[in-house]
Ligand binder design. Structure first.
Ligand code: SAH
Length: 218
């Protein structure tokens, strides 16, 4: 790479991190993880040159890669510890899973589009990320074989937290997810499983693609 290109890249990265901080992503471990994972690798085609802007972008299968500041806010709300096993529902581009892979022991990530699972699996291999397990499946059922999980993150909106996911959370575990109807503004919430019952905290308004039951055809 030329000196000029390197400088461009360094400046782009600085602006990217600055935008995250200014939107409230202040947790040092989260910022380090997002510095380590190049979002540009997860956006293809027409929009690739906008990968470092704080906006959601279209990906294959009519889905979207989330806005970086939302990825950051969800990641920091999840409070992932180094020995945690994390379940993500909604692999999409694989970007959120890659960020989480820097913080957790292992990340299972599930998507109903086989193509997205295949493509993100190839990307994780290219980037030499060893601790993500991508799985094609209906994430609204969770992943009973690998449960329970320390942390669960859902990156598609359901009307309510899906029962199977609540059931697959460890006691003391945390789940972060958007809830509400897909065509309106949804609420990002943080759920903590207590010895008995759950504690719910509302974080902020968000807008995600809907959580759809069953497998997609592609
Ligand atoms: N986390 C992603 C963005 C996800 S977009 C990223 O970092 O790029 C939401 C994803 O949820 C889409 O890929 C969609 O296919 C997936 N999805 C929707 N309903 C699902 C379900 N029931 N099970 C698994 N994945 C689902």
């Amino acid at each position: 790479m030329s000196g000029e290109a390197q400088e461009d890249q360094a400046e782009r990265k600085m602006r990217f991190l600055f935008a995250l901080r200014s939107k409230g992503v202040t947790d040092a471990r989260t910022l380090n993880a997002m510095e380590a994972i190049d979002r540009g690798r997860f956006v293809r085609g027409l929009f690739a040159n906008r990968a470092y802007e704080d906006m959601p972008l279209p990906i294959a299968c009519g889905q979207t890669i989330s806005q970086p500041s939302i990825v950051g806010l969800m990641t920091q709300a999840l409070q992932v510890r180094a020995r945690d096993t994390v379940l993500e529902i909604g692999t999409g581009s694989g970007y959120q899973a890659a960020v989480l892979s820097q913080l957790a022991r292992r990340v299972y990530t599930v998507d109903r589009h086989r193509r997205l699972v295949r493509e993100s699996e190839a990307l994780f291999a290219e980037l030499s990320i060893p601790n993500i397990v991508p799985i094609a499946g209906d994430g609204s059922r969770g992943l009973p074989d690998q449960a329970p999980f320390d942390r669960i993150i859902v990156t598609a909106a359901a009307e309510d937290p899906p029962g199977p996911l609540l059931a697959q959370l460890k006691i003391g575990g945390i789940m972060v997810l958007p809830v509400g109807q897909s065509d309106t503004v949804q609420r990002l919430i943080r759920v903590e499983r207590l010895e008995q019952g759950f504690d719910y905290e509302e974080l902020r308004p968000v807008r995600f693609v809907p959580l759809v039951e069953g497998m997609a055809s592609d």
